[in-house]
Design a binder for this molecule. Structure first.
Ligand code: E4P
Length: 215
């Protein structure tokens, strides 16, 4: 299982990647611009962890140029490439050059299979955005997991675009190898009110008896 945070918040990336067993972080152009960051500021924040940055160009040559520029900043970077006709061509070429590739903006099983055929290391189905179009995003990811298993495909599914933790857990149970979640959901994952309350009651009782909040 690989857990990622989907953010360009520098402080939180450094903090959470140091404190918790995150595999790294992902971002997209919306996230980077919203945080008012540059790619240069982000790529080397967490050496030893995986970092995924999206190509901006839409045409084949432009995507190749973006990927090469990203690799000049960090040689083990994963380049996110949308599943467009030029995107598939770029994945196919860049894989032969040894790039780490994540096929992004995946909305169908066919796109996931095509990306895998092009050599993508990861495919990122957009769970919540799919649900917005009346397609059940979780079912779609489950179908991708099944398709990859039946075809013995090694490409990993990194489920993305979530609105709640139930979706995240359901897809990990279904066999998605990875998930990338926004900061608010990661903070919910590690902060359960019932657990926090129970822990406080235990410590209160201990203190009332032993006059200290420690063993
Ligand atoms: C990840 O690759 C996507 O960029 C991201 O998860 C999209 O999330 P959103 O639908 O919440 O914007």
């Amino acid at each position: 299982m690989e857990l990622y945070i989907d953010t360009a918040n520098v402080e939180k990336i450094e903090q959470y990647c140091a404190q918790y067993p995150l595999a790294g972080f992902t971002c997209n152009p919306t996230i980077v611009t919203k945080e008012n960051r540059t790619v240069e500021e982000l790529v080397n924040l967490v050496p030893g962890k995986r970092v995924f940055v999206q190509a901006i160009a839409e045409d084949y040559e432009g995507i190749l140029a973006d990927a090469r520029k990203l690799r000049s900043m960090r040689d083990d970077i994963y380049v996110k490439i949308p599943c467009t006709p030029d995107g598939y061509r770029a994945m196919y070429t860049l894989k032969q050059e040894g790039f780490g590739i994540l096929a992004t903006a995946v909305y169908t099983v066919g796109q996931a299979l095509m990306s895998a055929a092009c050599g993508a290391d990861y495919v990122a189905p957009y769970v919540n955005r799919m649900s917005d179009t009346e397609v059940d995003g979780c079912e779609l990811v489950e179908d991708i997991v099944c398709a990859f298993a039946s075809q013995k495909i090694e490409t990993k599914v990194i489920a993305a675009s979530f609105k709640n933790l139930n979706q995240v857990v359901r897809l990990l149970v279904a066999g998605a190898e990875a998930v990338t979640i926004p900061l608010d959901l990661f903070e919910k994952l590690i902060n359960n009110k019932l657990t926090n309350d129970a822990t406080k009651v235990f410590a209160d009782q201990w203190e009332a008896h032993f006059n200290r909040r420690a063993i």
